[in-house]
Design a protein around this ligand. Structure first.
Ligand code: GUN
Length: 283
């Protein structure tokens, strides 16, 4: 089976639209502010996709474009302005920052209640401690899709390839919170295939086109391909899709798999953040 990320995302967006309109009826239409530093065309494209999704679900959106050479102080100042605005419920700093600058200080400046990416240390720590508040959107989308497909994580062998802060680490925590047995592989893993062949649920977020061949997939596995690579003018994932499809129970395509799900979860979390802020203001 091919997992239709676009169709699943439409379901999430439809639910979110209802929640957004409920808030709007109270005079609290949710708002999302994005920040791009520099002129990375991929970042600009992803942010455009996020703003289009906001339009579809009724979330107000705006973007702040900072110059390539903006210092960390300027980024933090922008974030603080947005933290203080009542009409901004979610703040998203698009990664990567130019020159591979460390985003940690900027992430820590975002009000944890507006941290719709779930990257603030408080939200990351809460997730690790088993209390999921605002969590990273790609892992949340994968967990949501598994639930929607009727796959119970409890006791399952889950293997994640890639140990990034954006996907691998938070997803491992979310899977552990659901009592899966989780292995996290990465560039220094010695025998990758030995791990992936055990996986009932395999998530690949390595950024290496064609990394996972058909013979590395366990028969009947659920395979989520988070990779987005450009190869000979085409967008491909990290999994040899056609090969995996012959072996697995289900595979996400690239494009049209994990990407749309991630964006839909950003919408959902922006509505959740707005709702949380409304409740905090009432107290
Ligand atoms: N760059 C790649 N993935 C993400 C993400 O989930 N959030 C942000 N802000 N930047 C990203």
């Amino acid at each position: 089976m091919i997992i239709d990320g676009k169709a699943l995302a439409s379901e999430v967006e439809a639910e979110t639209r209802v929640r957004v309109e409920e808030l709007a009826a109270l005079g609290q239409r949710p708002g999302l502010a994005t920040i791009i530093v520099g002129e990375n065309p991929a970042s600009a494209m992803y942010v455009r996709i996020k703003h289009s999704a906001c339009d579809r679900v009724g979330i107000r959106s705006e973007n702040v474009n900072l110059p390539e050479d903006a210092g960390i102080d300027e980024i933090i100042e922008t974030i603080r302005d947005l933290n203080g605005r009542e009409d901004v419920n979610g703040i998203l700093l698009q990664l990567p920052l130019p020159g591979n600058r460390d985003p940690a200080l900027a992430m820590a400046a975002i009000d944890p209640a507006k941290d719709v990416d779930g990257f603030h240390p408080f939200n990351m720590g809460s997730l690790l401690a088993g209390a999921e508040r605002l969590v990273p959107c790609t892992p949340k989308g994968i967990i949501w899709a598994l639930e929607r497909l009727g796959v119970d994580l409890k006791g399952k062998e889950a293997v994640i390839v890639g140990h990034s802060n954006v996907v691998g680490k938070p997803l491992a925590a979310m899977m552990l919170n659901r009592n899966a047995t989780v292995s996290v592989c990465h560039v220094f893993t010695r025998d990758l295939a030995a791990h992936t062949r055990k996986a009932e649920i395999l998530v690949v977020a390595a950024g290496v086109p064609g990394l996972i061949k058909g013979d590395m997939v366990r028969p009947g596995a659920y395979v989520f391909d988070v990779g987005i690579n450009r190869v000979e003018g085409k967008t491909v994932g990290d999994v040899e899709f056609d090969e995996a499809l012959l072996v697995a129970a289900a595979v996400t395509p690239v494009p049209g798999g994990v990407g749309p799900l991630t964006v839909s979860m950003l919408m959902s979390q922006t509505a959740t953040a707005a709702k949380m802020q409304e409740q905090m203001n009432e107290r």
